[in-house]
Design a protein around this ligand. Structure first.
Ligand SMILES: [Zn+2]
Length: 284
């Protein structure tokens, strides 16, 4: 399909590059935390993971030609899905479509933390020891391919129109680049934004080494799901400047290596987790 005169792939790529550059510029102007590793190696690795995601989705598409947009076009052509059956008006299809799809990926994210075999794959994302816009593209190819199928199934079930799906993907990708950014927003702006959207300070809590914080703030775009399902943690226990980011099992430079990161789902942690990381914080 064509968006603003571009093919869908070109539109998404142009949007990604623009937002990535904008976030990187803002990170340079108002950084939140000091970096532990130089940008170059991490960026190369995270971009390498993105390239392997692209290759994996291409190969899978040849075998099973499905994407969320293809699914939406099929649903449109066959008037299939809840929106068509219930006669939902177009304006409501936009609001409900984006909210429901965001809820689906919130649920998918939560499940990847709870099911051990899925956590093996998702922890590739969590091993990044600095957070910046490039962390938003650090997802193992298997997780990306799974997510294509889950989103496609959700789109068909909901009967979400193709334009809504494209807008949703743009929103989610843009907000992932934003909420992983190493960005110091004015506190008042953060407070207002996070009433609706997941902000960098809100999402950073999710990348803490503490289990209770890792298993919180699952949202990608909308902040409502974590508040509704009581998985919302407003601030990290140790504060944004002192908190440790990543997984305690791998606090060295291995996560900055591409092949190590791609093979991580098949590795066992080199050490057991200290109990203190899984404990509730002391009540004050
Ligand atoms: Zn996660």
């Amino acid at each position: 399909m064509t968006i603003l005169g571009f093919g869908e792939g070109a539109f998404r790529f142009a949007l990604f590059v623009s937002i990535f550059l904008a976030m990187s510029l803002l990170e340079a102007l108002m950084p939140r935390r000091e970096r532990r590793f130089p940008r170059g190696r991490r960026w190369l690795t995270n971009l390498g993971i993105l390239a392997s995601d692209y290759l994996a989705t291409l190969v899978v598409f040849v075998l099973v030609p499905v994407t969320a947009t293809v699914a939406a076009l099929w649903a449109e052509a066959n008037a299939f899905g809840l929106f068509y059956w219930l006669g939902v008006p177009v304006w409501a299809q936009w609001i409900l479509g984006i909210a429901l799809l965001d809820f689906v990926i919130w649920g998918q994210h939560l499940i990847t933390h709870k099911v051990p075999v899925l956590w093996r794959i998702h922890r590739v994302h969590h091993t990044d020891e600095d957070l910046d816009a490039s962390s938003a593209i650090r997802f193992h190819p298997v997780e990306i391919v799974l997510s294509v199928f889950i989103k496609s199934a959700a789109v068909v079930l909901i009967g979400a129109p193709a334009l809504v799906v494209v807008a949703f993907e743009a929103l989610v990708n843009g907000s992932a680049l934003f909420n992983h950014a190493n960005l110091r927003l004015p506190p008042a702006l953060d407070r207002v934004l996070r009433l609706v959207l997941v902000t960098p300070d809100m999402h950073r809590v999710h990348h803490s080494v503490y289990t209770l914080e890792t298993n919180s703030n699952y949202g990608f775009a909308l902040s409502v799901w974590d508040r509704l399902f009581r998985t919302y943690v407003p601030e990290p226990r140790d504060g944004h400047d002192n908190m440790r980011v990543g997984l305690i099992e791998w606090q060295d430079d291995k996560p900055t290596q591409l092949l190590w990161s791609l093979a991580l789902p098949f590795r066992n942690p080199p050490q057991s987790r200290p109990d203190a990381l899984d404990a509730e914080p002391p009540r004050t």
